[in-house]
Design a protein around this ligand. Sequence first.
Ligand code: 5GP
Ligand code: ZN
Length: 111
Amino acid sequence: MPQSKCLFCRLYAEGEHVRKAGGFAALRDINPKAPVHLLVVPERHVDTFRDVAEFPAEEARDMLEFVAETAREEGLEDYRVVVNVGLGGGQTVFHLHWHVLGGSPALAGFE
Ligand code: 5GP
Ligand code: ZN
């Protein structure tokens, strides 16, 4: 269920998307840490990767494929996928999401 106070539930519904299909959206990070910095956001609200088992198995598989397709469609062959987990892991938005970083050999030192 969408959560009314969740930024990414709102951005999933209303945001400007690079692509959106099958319950997943990709959008550009507002504060990019690499030449290409996309966020993959599932429609399903799950607070954090710790709770990834809340996704039905097929949906979890589709989410991974959506991450890979997003990178492919952005023209990235080599890239980095990051999930920050919890405050101590650098998570600031508590709706599970995947960072896709690329566009330079060093990938711009994501922290
Ligand atoms: P986290 O730190 O939770 O792993 O990642 C949250 C990401 O969301 C950050 O990289 C931050 O720049 C991005 N972000 C925060 N607010 C917005 C927003 O309103 N729009 C977009 N496109 N990205 C956002
Ligand atoms: Zn949410």
